[in-house]
Every structure is written in structure tokens, then in C-alpha cells.
Write a protein that binds this ligand. Structure first.
Ligand code: NAD
Length: 351
């Protein structure tokens, strides 16, 4: 059983104020660790003294995401696919904690190829859960998604009130929650699901057909082009800087409150930003390095199928049970992440 590991040195807006000393020497498996969010988790866990194994098939992740720490003596990379139960069983050997991030993201991708999304996100998830149970891991924390709120119009989104899913991706993420609950009820494994809301930050892939909105907009502005807004720009999201997500994962690993386990949490900032305002914020930040960007206007295109109009999280449950706080709000996160996006895009295209 977990001891009282989560020592709080303070509760103010500072990500460093929690002590995660329990992680020192513990063995953590991060699936999808070569991805955007997973690589931040690996890096932070290594800083905290954990031994980290990363399982990833590099489907959407990159070896470059591991470059800061791949030579770390406590880091191990296992290239493999969560669709193989044998691979999952190999990955969990001697593991204390699992942070399951591996999945195929993107609503449009799931509409184009629902079978593949299902195999990776549902069957792969079940494989990982089964493997984790077979070695009795102390805790299985997994990436859930705000897409589970589906067509519910209620704002802010509260964990217990969801609508009908709007995409195959959303179905897979909701199915994960159902499996996690059943595995707790029947096999006693402790799980926590973290419903991430539109995460952004360093190492988020700006390329490819399924890139997220922030890197897409940055890329367009840097190329002197108008970013395309789907719809009239009034749709809104609760954008969440990746370091907040890392913090939520660490808190989910360390909580010892019984009532905090075997449930799901919104991981967001509790703030709504329209897509049009987001584009304006990005333009303002980029204008400081290139004044010509100020003159670029936005373009509006058709709405995208499966898109939820508005997304805003209530983060009360995470605040109360995990001591989570949104330490880095949207505008500060954008400023922190922008140099990485700019550098990455310049390296690729010499803009
Ligand atoms: P990402 O694509 O950067 O990371 C996913 C990682 O999983 C990649 O490294 C990929 O190679 C790996 N992967 C995919 N299929 C695999 C397979 N079959 N076997 C092994 N590894 C595989 O995406 P991300 O944004 O870092 O997302 C991480 C998790 O968070 C995902 O579960 C995603 O659904 C969830 N999520 C992300 C967001 C967001 O805004 N980024 C929002 C909600 C939920």
C-alpha cells in the first residue's frame, strides 16, 4: 500500500512546492513516453529520482522528444506496441506505477479510421490494464479526455455529468473509464483517470494532418499566412499548459486519500478562451519578434465534424481531492512554449 507519500510544502501557485520524494527509486512505466505529454512526464519523473521505462511505438511520438534524457542512467526505452498483450506484459515487469498516455489522438483521425483508433485506444488500453493488474502495480493513472463530455451543453463540465460521445475517439476514451472502474471493482487495481482539456506546450507536434490548433496557428503566422479558424471563431476551449498536466499526474500518483482513487478528474485551468481570441493572443506574442505578423488577419473555414462547440472545465474536484491548481494559465503558458514552437518550426522550414 502507498504510504503518506504526498507531502505538501505549500499550496500556492508554484509547481515546485509539492514534494514527491516517494518517487525516488520507484519504477514508473510511461506509455506513450515519446509523445508530447508523455515525454514531459518522463523528464519530470527522472528529475524526481524515479526509474522510468517508456513504452512507445513512435506512431505519433518522436525519438527527438527523448533527447533531453535518453542517456539518463535511470531511463529505459522499450519500442513496442500496446496492441500486443505480450509487449504490455514485458513493459510492466518490476513496475510500481503506470502512467498510461499511449493512444491515437485527434477526433478527425478517429472519424477517418475508427478501427485503428479503437484497436490502439481501447484494446491497447485493456491490454495495459490487464498487464498492470497481473503484476499488481500500485496505481494505474491514465490519460482520459474532455471529449467524453460529448454533446453535453452544460458548462462548466463536471465529472459526473457527461453527454453522448461525438466521435469514435470520444467513445474510446469513455470506454477506458468504464474498464478502469470495472478493473477496480473486480480486481482491486487502483486507477485514476485524468480528463485532459486541450493541452499545449513544448514538443507538441506542429506538423501533419492532425496537428492541434495552437501549433497550427503558430505555424501559419510564422509563414506569413492567415490561420484558418473552423466556424466563426466563437467556439471555445479550456487550454491547458503541459506542466499543469504533469503536475496532475504526479498528484494522482501520490494521493493517499481513499476517496480520491478510482475516479476521474478534469485537468484544465477552468478558463474559457474562444478560438478567435486564441489566434489574437498568439499573434500578439509573435508580433514581438516580427512586427509584420500584426497585420495578418484570420481566415474562417467550415466547421469540423465531431467538434464540441464549447469546453470549459470545473476543476473543483481536482483542487479538493488532489490539491491540483492551474499553476500556469493560458497566456503565461503560451509565452513559455512559444520559443520552442518558433525554434522547431524554424529548424524544419527555415522561416
Ligand atoms: P502524442 O501523439 O504526442 O502521444 C501519444 C504517444 O502514444 C505517441 O508517442 C505515440 O507514438 C504513442 N502511441 C500511439 N499508438 C501507440 C501504440 N499502439 N503503442 C505504443 N505507443 C503508441 O499525444 P499527446 O497529446 O501527448 O497525448 C497523450 C495522451 O493524452 C493520449 O492518450 C491522448 O488521447 C490524451 N489527451 C491528449 C490531449 C491533448 O490535448 N494533447 C487531450 C486529451 C487527452
Amino acid at each position: 500500500m502507498l504510504q503518506n507519500y504526498c507531502i505538501l510544502a505549500g499550496k500556492l501557485n508554484d509547481l515546485s512546492q509539492h514534494s514527491f520524494s516517494f518517487l525516488e527509486g520507484s519504477k514508473v512505466l510511461v506509455t506513450g513516453g515519446a509523445g508530447f505529454i508523455g515525454s514531459h512526464l518522463c523528464e519530470r519523473l527522472l528529475e524526481l529520482g524515479a526509474q522510468v521505462r517508456c513504452l512507445d511505438n513512435l506512431a505519433t511520438g518522436f525519438a527527438r522528444n527523448l533527447s533531453n534524457f535518453k542517456e539518463h542512467p535511470h531511463f529505459e526505452f522499450l519500442e513496442g506496441d500496446i496492441r500486443s498483450l505480450d509487449t504490455c506484459l514485458e513493459a510492466v515487469k518490476d513496475i510500481d506505477f503506470v502512467l498510461h498516455q499511449a493512444a491515437l489522438g485527434s477526433v478527425p483521425r478517429s472519424l477517418k479510421d475508427p478501427m485503428l483508433t479503437h484497436e490502439v485506444n481501447t484494446t491497447g488500453f485493456l491490454n495495459m490494464l490487464w498487464a498492470a493488474k497481473s503484476v499488481d502495480v500500485q496505481r494505474f493513472v491514465y490519460a482520459a479526455s474532455s471529449s467524453t463530455y460529448g454533446d453535453s451543453k452544460e458548462l462548466p463540465k463536471q465529472e459526473d455529468r457527461i453527454g453522448r460521445p461525438l466521435s469514435p475517439y470520444a467513445i474510446t476514451k469513455y470506454t477506458n473509464e468504464l474498464y478502469a472502474q470495472v478493473f477496480h471493482d473486480h480486481y482491486g487495481i487502483d486507477t485514476i483517470g485524468l480528463r485532459y482539456f486541450n493541452v499545449f506546450g513544448e514538443r507538441q507536434d506542429p506538423d501533419g494532418a492532425y496537428a492541434a490548433v495552437i501549433p497550427k496557428f503558430v505555424k501559419a503566422f510564422l509563414h506569413g499566412e492567415s490561420p484558418i479558424i473552423h466556424g466563426d471563431g466563437s467556439y471555445s476551449r479550456d487550454f491547458t499548459y503541459v506542466k499543469n498536466v504533469v503536475q496532475a499526474n504526479l498528484l494522482a500518483l501520490c494521493t493517499t486519500k481513499k476517496e480520491a482513487l478510482n475516479t476521474v478528474y478534469n485537468v484544465a485551468c477552468g478558463n474559457q478562451c474562444t478560438i478567435q481570441d486564441l489566434a489574437s493572443h498568439i499573434r500578439t506574442i509573435l508580433t514581438t519578434s516580427d512586427p509584420k505578423i500584426q497585420d495578418i488577419s484570420m481566415k474562417f473555414g467550415p466547421k469540423r465534424a465531431g467538434d464540441v462547440p464549447h469546453s470549459l472545465a470545473s476543476i473543483t474536484r481536482a483542487e479538493e481531492l488532489l490539491d491540483y491548481q492551474c499553476a500556469v494559465p493560458l497566456q503565461s503558458g503560451l509565452k513559455k512554449a512559444m520559443p520552442w514552437y518558433i525554434q522547431h518550426l524554424k529548424n524544419k522550414t527555415n522561416v
